[in-house]
Design a protein around this ligand. Structure first.
Ligand code: ADP
Ligand code: MG
Length: 287
């Protein structure tokens, strides 16, 4: 590959909103056979909205919003927005802690409280009714967070994050070019599968903790896959640098953007298809 041809390739891609760090990255793109996607903010818009509150609505939202006020997670913004719209004023909590990939906990009015995934349920009993309701909501592609107070589950909050309009088309285009598509997410299996079905993703790896994402990429590489990882979050940086090609969303965190060999300025997965087509053209032309 001559440097000049690579420069042309990357300049042309820049016009399409696909920033490619260097020619080697473009060459790696031409070898890809697998694309792994983060869910929130990558396949989905990343602006989740609360759709259902199960339990004593006032109390459930009050506890949840009070805890989430100190969190920067997209789910936290959704819960706070809902609380505001219901005129619920969050209270100051003590001993706040973010549990990466699981949720948040704190002391609320002298009681232990948490908001988060089923991973936080370990020693907390949940009624058959609530657990059935949670399953139902998850099958509707809604992320369910459990609200715990004083060793009891007092309610559920269901949150929906819609796929980006172009995600389905981009996945179809990648599959048409013979690539395998995989979703890698910390969210629950049922939710992940429901969203994967909507956009046509081949395989789902769910319930993955943030620090486990890179290991899943390595596992695929061990099985001879040449892998791109597409993500946006702080937690995605290790997976972005481990993958053969790291592709960051332009709307993503600075850390993700730094870790990516490609940045999609328009936050649109069709950029992955463009990068692929460009690399094929470039390397067929100059090899
Ligand atoms: P993703 O892979 O979709 O980016 P994360 O790894 O950030 O997801 O989170 C995984 C799961 O942990 C979420 O689906 C949610 O159930 C729970 N969770 C994480 N942070 C929070 C939070 N601040 N409030 C409630 N739940 C949370
Ligand atoms: Mg994410």
């Amino acid at each position: 590959a001559t440097p000049t041809a690579l420069m042309v390739g990357t300049a042309r891609s820049a016009k399409m909103g696909v920033l490619i760090k260097n020619g080697e990255v473009l060459q790696e793109v031409s070898k890809l056979d697998t694309v792994v996607f983060d869910k929130t903010g990558t396949i989905t818009v990343g602006k989740p909205e609360v759709t259902d509150v199960i339990g004593d609505k006032e109390l459930v939202l009050k506890v949840a919003a009070s805890l989430e006020e100190s969190s920067e997670h997209p789910l936290a913004s959704a819960i706070l927005k809902k609380a505001v719209s219901e005129k619920i004023v969050p209270q100051t909590v003590k001993e706040f802690a973010a549990l990466e990939g699981k949720g948040v906990k704190a002391t609320f009015e002298n009681q232990d409280a948490f908001v988060g995934s089923s991973r936080l349920l370990a020693d907390v009993p949940i009624s058959a009714e609530l657990s059935q309701k949670a399953n139902q909501l998850q099958n509707e592609a809604k992320t369910v967070v459990y609200v715990g107070l004083n060793d009891k589950i007092i309610g559920l909050i269901a949150i929906q994050d819609m796929p980006k309009p172009s995600s389905k088309k981009a996945i179809a285009e990648l599959k048409a070019r013979g690539l395998k598509t995989i979703m890698l997410t910390g969210d629950n299996e049922a939710v992940a599968q429901a969203i994967a079905n909507e956009v046509g993703i081949d395989q789902v790896i769910a319930g993955v903790l943030p620090n486990e994402k890179a290991a899943h990429i390595q596992e695929l590489q061990k099985n001879d896959a040449t892998v791109a990882f597409v993500g946006d979050g702080i937690n995605d940086a290790p997976a972005l640098s481990t993958a053969d090609v790291g592709i960051a969303m332009g709307s993503g965190t600075d850390i993700a953007i730094d870790a990516g060999g490609i940045v999609l300025v328009q936050n649109d997965l069709l950029g992955v298809v463009r990068a692929l087509d460009l690399s094929k053209k470039t390397f067929n032309r100059i090899k």
